[in-house]
Design a protein. Structure first.
Length: 109
C-alpha cells in the first residue's frame, strides 16, 4: 500500500464521520488532530449544533489535541485500533481534556 497523504487522512475522517449522529452533544467539542511522521499535518474536528465539521486548519479554542501517526489515525477510525489501547501504548497522545477526547471516541464505535 502506498503511503498516505495528508489530504487522504483528512478525507478519510470526513468520510468516516459524514453520517454520524452527533445530536447528543450539547455545546461545542473541538479537537485539533496533529499527524506526526509522514505525512505530517494538522486538521480539526468540531462538533457543534448537531453537526460535525472537519477542516484542514489549526483550532485554537479546542478541548484537546490528539497526536498520532497517519497510519494509527486510519486504524482508529476504521476500528482496527482500539482508542484506549492506542492511548495506553503511546500510539495516541492526548494533550488537554481527556474526558472530551473520550466523547469523540464514543462516535468511533
Amino acid at each position: 500500500m502506498a503511503a498516505l497523504t495528508y489530504e487522504q487522512v483528512v478525507e478519510a475522517f470526513r468520510e468516516r464521520f459524514k453520517d454520524t449522529d452527533v445530536s447528543s452533544v450539547s455545546g461545542t467539542l473541538a479537537f485539533q488532530i496533529n499527524i506526526v511522521g509522514k505525512p505530517e499535518g494538522i486538521f480539526y474536528v468540531e462538533i457543534k449544533n448537531g453537526e460535525i465539521h472537519i477542516e484542514p486548519y489549526e483550532y485554537y479554542d479546542r478541548n484537546a489535541i490528539l497526536i498520532a501517526s497517519a497510519d494509527n489515525l486510519i486504524k482508529l477510525i476504521n476500528g482496527k485500533l482500539d482508542p484506549v489501547r492506542a492511548f495506553t501504548l503511546g500510539k495516541l497522545k492526548v494533550d488537554g481534556d481527556i474526558g472530551a477526547a473520550l466523547e469523540l471516541i464514543k462516535f468511533l464505535k
